[in-house]
Design a protein around this ligand. Sequence first.
Ligand SMILES: [Fe+2]
Length: 209
Amino acid sequence: MSSSGTNGEARFGREQAWQLLTEWTQGESLRKHALAVETCVAAYGQAEAKRLGLTGPERAEERAALVELYSTTALLHDFDYERHPSLEEHPFVGVRELERLGWPQELRTAILGHAQYSGVPRVTHLDKALFACDELAGFLTACALVKPTKAIADVEVAGVRKKMKDKAFARGVNRQDVIQGAAELGVDLDAHIAFCLEAMKKRAGELGL
Ligand SMILES: [Fe+2]
């Protein structure tokens, strides 16, 4: 993930997001969740940059800025959860803090939109990518952790689909949100799972999987 070298944007780069996340979140699993969601959302950011034609060296800065927006949004989507887990407070308290600090509006809107109960609609590709990857990244992590190797490398799409039907497995993950997320993003569910798996496999070391 690139961090912008220019003065103005550097305040809201990946490094700042990570700092804010780890300041508010001590729990290892919530930090890992942020990284897993970031991995998937940033991969969608890369794909979106390509779709928008932000390719080649002359568009490198725009591409990096777009991907960094996706990255930071995902890293921060639950940053207030450890301190303010209630439905009344999460993610509203966090978003107020982000606004106070000057984080961009697209990021804040996407974070509000990932909570179904916020009433904030998901309009942009970023809004939809965050919602689509949030529950799925958690589910894929759970799928890896039940493997003897605990490795994401050993997780396959068919196995994930099978586990989605097993109601006793990873009960905390809302299957309907996963299905709805892919539909809103306009991707086939299997393709979405494969895409996120691929992204997570590339960053397995960092994710501890
Ligand atoms: Fe989340």
